[in-house]
Design a protein around this ligand. Structure first.
Ligand code: TXA
Ligand code: MG
Length: 318
């Protein structure tokens, strides 16, 4: 069956080679990752990186995550340290992004990290994107493949809904296994979580045998962590048991109501499953043109923290 979007490509070796050519010529390609889809360009090429910002309408003060194939490639661009080596060996490839000092000789475009002294680096685990990184000679700068402030995409079709044909290629790796963005950890000082995400901060804290501070830093270390974000474009009410008039209700755990307006994140009360369904559920509700979203209380532990962080940001404008 032919896809209605002509820029969605199956991840065949032939299509990955085509993506390589587009990227080498300074173009932008949407890539699958285990967290969410990314909008990727050659991280060394300033002109290419600028295209990402203009496509997303991303505020120019918000730096991008750089995606690498392995530790060796990261070492060329960033100053590594003990905590990085411990974490990367345990959790990468996977949904964890490390903020490190940028190396003075690094070729990563200053536009990608907004001229900061630091670089956010990650090794994704999605197999097609790993293949692509291996046939490329450059790392990939890639934010989530959505318009700025909007819902993050977890399928190739979501990316097409966001950008239509303004992106040359969207590589279809199927639905993202984790479904929310990577956890961002600052390793330039005492480890600090800058963004809750696909790897629970509790798991990281236990592994490092430290208590990771949950207080917001006074200096904004991660500019992407302020203001409205992840928005379905309607009011969101947290900790609710009922929908408003013309509103949708998102439930969690075993519930007896089965109305047309009710959407369950995980009937078994599993937070990993809830995270995987999270953005897709918000997008379904948005497309059905409900007027608001009420959400059951989501336990604030494990991946529930990342879900709650996103809900709070999405509800910001109230
Ligand atoms: O899972 C993910 O991380 C996805 C996939 C595509 O890899 N990417 C993603 O990128 O979520 P984006 O641009 O939507 O979010 C990047 C976050 C922002 O909060 C940004 O401020 C922060 O990482 N960030 C990037 N570089 C940073 C740096 N040098 N220091 C502190 N925070 C940084
Ligand atoms: Mg994003």
């Amino acid at each position: 069956m032919k896809n209605i979007y002509s820029n969605i490509y199956k991840p065949t070796n032939n299509n990955l080679s085509k993506a390589k050519v587009v990227i080498e010529k300074g173009g932008v390609v949407a890539i699958p990752t285990e967290t969410v889809y990314g909008l990727a360009a050659n991280a060394y090429n300033t002109r290419a990186v600028k295209k990402i910002f203009s496509l997303k309408k991303r505020p120019s003060n918000n730096p991008l995550i750089i995606h690498f194939k392995n530790i060796k490639q990261i070492k060329k661009e960033a100053v590594i340290n003990k905590n990085f080596l411990r974490l990367v060996k345990r959790f990468s490839p996977g949904p964890l992004t490390y903020v490190l000092k940028k190396k003075s000789g690094s070729r990563i475009s200053k536009i990608a990290n907004k001229g900061l002294a630091t670089l956010a680096v990650r090794i994704p685990s999605e197999k097609n994107t790993i293949k692509l990184l291996h046939i490329l000679k450059c790392p990939l700068a890639a934010p989530s493949a959505n318009r700025s402030k909007s819902l993050s995409p977890t399928t190739a079709k979501h990316v097409a809904e966001e950008f239509g044909n303004s992106i040359r290629m969207i590589i279809d790796g199927g639905a993202c296994k984790i479904g929310i963005e990577s956890t961002v950890i600052d390793l330039t000082t005492k480890p600090k979580i800058l963004r809750e995400g696909g790897l629970s901060s509790e798991v990281i804290g236990k592994f490092l045998k430290i208590r990771l501070s949950e207080k917001q830093n006074k200096i904004i270390k991660s500019p992407g962590q302020i203001g409205l974000h992840y928005s379905p474009g309607m009011p969101i009410y947290m900790n609710r048991e009922k929908a408003t008039k013309d509103g949708a209700l998102i439930t969690f755990g075993k519930k007896n109501y089965s109305n047309q307006n009710t959407f369950n994140l995980s009937t078994g009360g599993n937070l990993k499953e809830a995270a995987k369904n999270f953005f897709n559920t918000l997008r379904i509700i948005k497309n059905k043109k409900f007027k608001s979203i009420s959400v059951n209380k989501i336990p604030n532990k494990d991946l529930g923290k990342a879900i709650n962080e996103r809900l709070r940001r999405a509800a910001y404008y109230e």
